[in-house]
Design a protein around this ligand. Structure first.
Ligand code: FE
Length: 163
């Protein structure tokens, strides 16, 4: 996966095979802590170095704090020194969506959960080799899931729990 792949996916998103989770803003507000709501549903950015997750490298998966979809694996995690959890690639190609973001006078690529549209963070073309990608993700948008891939557990979950 390269930067040009990211731009191509921003222009032409993949159809997601995941069951969509759709809630109103008020339902999300009721379901999430105020901090998680602000980051994931209002596209706010947490303060850098505000989470111990930046330096955590134990094996496992990182799932969406809103819907539990598995988004990143510990194998792709690296210490970027930025103060936000950083990854070189997503766990699965259709797990996240990309949106060109022109806010704050910058051109950035926003990364969202493709299952519930949570704002996760941004991706930049200045990461380590070989992908050169740096997924800069808010720790508040992630929950750590140990060992087993969380995607498989979700698929077993009954429909009504998916919101
Ligand atoms: Fe999600």
């Amino acid at each position: 996966m390269t930067w040009s792949d990211i731009l191509a996916l921003a222009a032409n998103p993949l159809p997601s095979v995941l069951d969509k989770v759709t809630k109103s803003l008020e339902e999300w507000r009721a379901a999430l802590s105020p901090e998680v709501f602000q980051v994931t549903r209002q596209k706010s950015t947490e303060r850098p170095f505000s989470s111990a997750m930046c330096h955590a490298h134990a094996p496992g998966f990182y799932a969406c704090a809103c819907c539990g979809s598995s988004l990143f694996a510990s194998q792709a995690k690296f210490d970027s020194g930025t103060g936000w959890p950083s990854f070189t690639e997503p766990l699965r190609l259709d797990g996240v969506t990309y949106h060109v973001d022109h806010s704050y006078g910058m051109q950035r690529v926003e990364v969202c959960c493709s299952r519930c549209d949570a704002h996760l963070g941004h991706v930049f073309p200045d990461g380590p080799k070989p992908s050169r990608l740096r997924f800069c993700i808010n720790a508040l948008a992630l929950v750590k899931a140990s060992g087993e891939d969380h995607v498989n557990q979700q698929e077993k979950r009954p429909k009504q729990e998916m919101g």
